[in-house]
Design a protein around this ligand. Structure first.
Ligand code: MN
Length: 172
């Protein structure tokens, strides 16, 4: 799942369920469906699975203060898995290796992507590593002349609300 988060700096939080938690990355520019684009994805603390349904506003002054939109939801399958029963082990191995190939079955993020862990990219202050999120070339890839995902989809995937409407607590 992906949340659009208007904190101090706008970013998208990509969360993938693994080992009973949501492994989480803050992606400042959001995912790109253009295989020529590499998006910085800074790993952050694991989140509980229960956080997946959160849309609303975190009060100013609290950790992550700002408005949160549910931007995409769905499932994923790790690529290269010999069979569905091996999916969890394949995902753990890819994540552990820092070369996590994932097929997204979201409403907006679809097709094959890879998360690649980088070395020394996050700076000394960050406790978690930085990764790059890159689209693979497949039928769901977009070219530079096509509108990218974050520009096409600007409302909540579950409630259809804009960031302003979520901030104003409007219901639909
Ligand atoms: Mn966030």
């Amino acid at each position: 799942m992906v949340q659009k988060h208007a904190a101090t700096q706008l970013h998208f939080d990509l969360r993938l369920e693994l080992d009973g938690v949501m492994k989480s990355w803050a992606v400042p520019k959001g995912p790109s469906a253009n295989p020529d684009v590499k998006r910085l994805a800074m790993q952050v603390e694991d989140h509980p699975i229960s956080y997946n349904s959160f849309e609303g506003t975190i009060p100013e002054g609290e950790y992550g203060g700002g408005t949160v939109m549910l931007w995409d939801v769905g499932t994923y399958t790790p690529e290269g898995s010999p069979s569905p029963s091996d999916d969890e082990m394949t995902a753990e191995a890819g994540y552990g290796r820092g070369d996590f190939k994932v097929h997204f079955h979201g409403k907006r993020m679809t097709g094959s992507y890879v998360l690649v862990r980088t070395k020394g990219f996050g700076g000394r202050s960050s406790s978690k590593p930085s990764w790059l999120l890159i689209k693979h070339r497949d039928g769901e890839a977009r070219s530079a002349t096509q509108k990218d995902l974050v520009d096409e989809y600007v409302t909540s995937v579950t409630t259809g609300r804009t960031m302003d409407e979520i901030a104003e607590q409007k219901r639909r």
